[in-house]
Ligand binder design. Structure first.
Ligand code: SF4
Length: 413
């Protein structure tokens, strides 16, 4: 994306307030340059964070409803439940991060829980800072997390296990029925019984514990294979893929686009945080003798704002010494962090792509590389922002702000 010189000045001022070096002025900080480039690709997935609750005000002696904590450059639509951000730019994302941190708009999570959950293990594997944030503060639910919840409701596992007829499957599963991975997975699951389903209303409330009771977890499924009598867990994740590329002109250019699209769609996925989450169930659940775990990625496309799962990829993880040692290491590190409330942070482990996609990005101060330790709970010193000309505009008189809000962001009622 190309920016005008005025836009560059503005971006630098926003990044400066977030305690970043001014990355667009010099190429000295490679991490920051790469982080910003990655953020340009990923910021749109954070759009839901800009949605606003209703706030009732008196405006010219008339009661009006306005978006609470709005960003003036965003256009909002009242969707009947809240104000939905219709527009969202990289500038808005950076402004939102400043506003949340400056006005402490996050909620504090009060927990002294001694339990280490499967989600803790996944978060810690992704980044220890993300773990500390998840245990300390929270902002709104991300669109990607909501997509997961929404798609979870349509889990295919039940229909695969109960081996529905082809016609029933085609009706309910449509395109995915023709996916090779899906067929292989169906063959594995058709001989299985469900021992536990995180999707069932009765099981949803149940948490499994380890034999010593320090680990808690709730997998998506625990199944028994009737042919081998082995018991295994399933963890389901959701992954966006581009729609199938259809081209009738066989030019070199389209060849490349087609290849990229096909690679994206066919890619075998397996992220370390998801793998460790799955393995924590395999090793941690004491109620059953679990033999292995299957990590499934349901791949969805978006058509007319509807998410359709059209492909899948899966991998089986058997118990082995290496898995156990790795998992133990993470478990012990978390335990020690919970006990000492402090952990060293090596700024060199930061990964620009990871940071730009991180669910706790907007609350994180460590991505700047300014801190060498992490405290638990996540200390407010990490969330400090610099005062800049933009921040001063937050400290506007309320009347001016409300007038601008009506002028720019919300259509007349
Ligand atoms: S933004 Fe980066 S440093 Fe911060 S929690 Fe996420 S991955 Fe870790």
């Amino acid at each position: 994306m190309n920016f005008t010189s005025n836009q560059k000045v503005f971006i630098n001022s926003l990044l400066d307030q977030l305690n970043f070096n001014q990355i667009l002025k010099s190429n000295t900080d490679k991490f920051m340059m790469e982080y910003f480039n990655q953020l340009l690709k990923s910021y749109k997935k954070f759009k839901d964070l800009a949605n606003c609750e209703y706030l009732m005000i008196l405006y010219n002696n008339v009661e009006r409803v306005i978006p609470k904590n709005a960003i003036l450059s965003i256009i909002y639509k009242d969707n009947g439940e809240f104000f939905e951000a219709e527009s969202f730019s990289i500038f808005d994302y950076l402004k939102l991060e400043i506003m949340i941190k400056k006005n402490e708009l996050y909620d504090i999570i009060e927990t002294n829980s001694i339990y280490i959950s499967a989600s803790d293990i996944a978060n810690f594997t992704y980044c220890p800072v993300s773990f500390a944030i998840s245990r300390s503060i929270k902002y709104k639910t991300l669109a990607s997390a909501k997509i997961g919840l929404e798609l979870h409701e349509t889990s295919f596992i039940n229909s695969m296990i109960f081996n529905k007829s082809k016609k029933e499957q085609v009706n309910s599963i449509e395109k995915i029925y023709y996916d090779e991975s899906f067929k292989t997975l169906s063959d594995i699951l058709k001989n299985c019984d469900i021992l536990y389903s995180g999707h069932s209303p009765n099981d949803k409330v149940k948490y499994f514990k380890s034999s010593r009771g320090n680990f808690i977890g709730q997998p998506d499924f625990i199944l028994r294979d009737r042919t081998t009598n082995k018991i295994f867990v399933i963890e389901e994740k959701y992954h966006y893929i581009p729609k199938q590329f259809i081209n009738y002109r066989n030019t070199e250019y389209y060849g490349d686009v087609h290849k990229k699209n096909r690679n994206e769609r066919e890619k075998q996925i397996g992220y370390d945080n998801h793998i460790n989450q799955l393995l924590s169930y395999v090793y941690g659940i004491a109620d059953y003798e679990i033999d292995y775990g299957i990590l499934i990625y349901w791949k969805y496309e978006i058509e007319e704002n509807k998410r359709n799962i059209t492909k899948c990829s899966f991998k089986i993880f058997y118990k082995n010494e290496e898995h156990q040692i790795n998992l133990n290491k993470i478990y012990l590190k978390i335990k020690s962090f919970l006990r000492n409330k402090n952990l060293e942070f090596d700024i060199n482990i930061r990964n620009p792509k990871k940071c730009a996609s991180c669910i706790n990005n907007i609350l994180c101060g460590h991505k700047t590389g300014n801190f060498n330790d992490i405290s638990l709970p996540y200390n407010s010193k990490y969330l400090k922002v610099n005062k800049g000309s933009f921040l001063e505009s937050f400290e506007k008189d309320e009347k001016n702000y409300i007038e601008k809000l009506f002028e720019y962001t919300i259509p007349e009622a």
